[in-house]
Design a protein around this ligand. Sequence first.
Ligand SMILES: Nc1ncnc2c1ncn2[C@@H]1O[C@H](COP(=O)(O)OP(=O)(O)OP(=O)(O)O)[C@@H](O)[C@H]1O
Length: 245
Amino acid sequence: MTQPILQLSGARLALDGNAGRVEILHGIDLSVEKGETLGLIGPSGSGKSSLLMLMGGLERATAGRIEALGQDLTTMSEDALARFRSKHMGVVFQSFHLLPTMTALENVATPLELAGATDAFDRARAELDAVGLAHRADHYPAQMSGGEQQRVALARASAPRPQILLADEPTGNLDGTNGQAIIELLFSLRDRHGATLIMVTHAPELAAQCSRVIRLRDGHLDTQSQTPPQTTPQTQTQTQTEAAQ
Ligand SMILES: Nc1ncnc2c1ncn2[C@@H]1O[C@H](COP(=O)(O)OP(=O)(O)OP(=O)(O)O)[C@@H](O)[C@H]1O
């Protein structure tokens, strides 16, 4: 049997806020296979974004173990974790998170340059072309629509060819038409590069496009709601609408 691309064992997250310590995730056990598309659903505040941040190494687990591509993220130094993330993970956020002082081209090229690519700008142009925005290369985020900004963010996330793509409500700030266009792009980039996709969403119809859906409740995985992984994860047309609702 092949090793899961992501493996969480007893992963816990607690954060210190003004009102004291908040227990957010209570011991998550989860395996994600290479090539899966995994939908993360659950009520507001159930811990979906927190879980995604743990899987992306953007938040440190308080306890437990998180392995990505066989490497333990919980024991890596900050520098090693940053290098690992830039090489293997791409993240797309609800609010785009583009750098406002950089053009679309610079936003896409920067992570490639940081990863040491000598042809960062040529590759960034090709990525912008792939999301239909070659003509916007020299535009700043404020000069673009929300849908266009999210396409730039998708180009930036997929440009280094990460093995793991994480998306946190990628259509949350977009209307239905723009949202559907982003999802189609996200899945096509994922299919083209063979990445594993994990997506937080409130939209049952988006979760239904994933090969597996899991639900969080109050920081716990609701194992009753899990759909089994599809044997052919490349097939995105199979729906599990019931599981997503
Ligand atoms: N920095 C923080 N300090 C304290 N508590 C936090 C912090 N960040 C998040 N939380 C709490 O952790 C819980 C889970 O938050 P999280 O954003 O992961 O949930 P979510 O399921 O993604 O919610 P939503 O669907 O509304 O985005 C919430 O109760 C939230 O208030």
